[in-house]
Ligand binder design. Sequence first.
Ligand SMILES: Nc1nc2c(c(=O)[nH]1)N[C@H]1C(S)=C(S)[C@@H](COP(=O)(O)O)O[C@H]1N2
Ligand SMILES: [Mo]
Length: 439
Amino acid sequence: MDRKDKSNLKVTSVTPFPLKCPNFTETISSYSVMDRRKFVKNSVWASFAGLMGTDIVYGNYLREGYVPLGAQDPDPFQLFHKDPEMVLLNDKPWNMEARAHLLDDKITPNKYMFIRNNGLVPENIEASQWTLTIDGESVREQKTYSLEELRTGFPTHTYQLTLECGGNGRSEFDPPAKGNQWSIGAVSCAQWTGVRLRDVLEDAGIGDDAVYIGYHAADMHLSRDPSKEPISRGMPMAKALQDETLLAFQMNGKAIPLAHGFPLRLVGGGWPASVSGKWLNRISIRNKVHDGAKMGGSSYRVPCETVAPGDIVPEENMCIIESMPVKSLITYPKSGAMLPLGKKLGIRGHAWAGELEVKKMEYSIDFGSTWSSCPVEKPANRLAWQHFSAKVDFPKKGYYEVWARATDSNGVAQPMLLPGWNPKGYLNNACHRIAVKIT
Ligand SMILES: Nc1nc2c(c(=O)[nH]1)N[C@H]1C(S)=C(S)[C@@H](COP(=O)(O)O)O[C@H]1N2
Ligand SMILES: [Mo]
């Protein structure tokens, strides 16, 4: 979130505060909303208030720097049904990521799925009242569908789709990039069920000059200004018309959880997950590249040509991120595994390559000097991640790192270290590694 967003935050009601607070030199009369916000800014209380639409009773008594109970828990009231081992990166907006070992399942369960919100989660959603409108310069006939009409009017499909935040891995960038400091856990591969976007767009009619679709959604800008959208991205027609691009109403066989876009979500696997609009209520068929919020500037765009770290890149030299690069994750064992000399270590994980398939998987125990191949399974369907496993031998006692490296169907492999620096810290697909001690 950038500073501009923060300065627009409003606290709707302030708890009456008649006393002089011992930690505070001013009385309520001079105690502004801004001060109060500063007071609780780093506490999860602020987010409870925002998310639950309720006030923080006695919030004024909180000392700056006080860490409330539950601050270590990403989801203390089980609003999103997340595992306590998930890592909370930001609570306004709500962002959390998985640790590598939590992503061990072949199909990511809800409790381990990262959350990336740009704005405020919509409240009081009535699925029976929800509609999706198809409009835009290039629609033949603007149409609005209820969820029921979508569900019954078009064939239903299920795909397992890899969704990785464009900024996954951002924390390694140097000079650092602003934004959520994701390590490796902003990736998921759940099963999505819905109707094809293509079928619905064709039902409304796609104009000859259509080049892009843009999504609009029901979440609110952090400023709570209804005229602003937190995010409104999209994809070129070719991606929108793919078999696997869904208007999904189910995730892992059940209604989509609130945090992930209930009751309707656009899902485009293999691309930065920011193209997969949650809480979807409108899709515009555009006759130009969609120009919604976070389509321009350095949002989800990288220098078209490599630049030196720290370079200022002019807008016109920035290109929209499309297919995500090849990447992999060791999900078992957890980093820090110890085992006696002479025993083989079974490792496993997932690998994915955007629009492409992973063709080769290798691991190294000598900091990348030599690599051994290991089997990688076929994906459950196109755009799903693939699983690899290996039995690793260690020659003697001591400290090791196991590094994993995937190669895509074009022969492009993951770099061992951070690849091309870019202003917002996108597309870090460096090899994942775990620490192992042989005793
Ligand atoms: N409406 C809406 N859709 C959204 C977002 C958002 O903030 N609002 N965030 C996007 C981004 S940047 C990512 S990485 C993914 C995260 O999906 P998840 O929270 O379900 O893991 O949702 C995308 N879709
Ligand atoms: Mo993202």
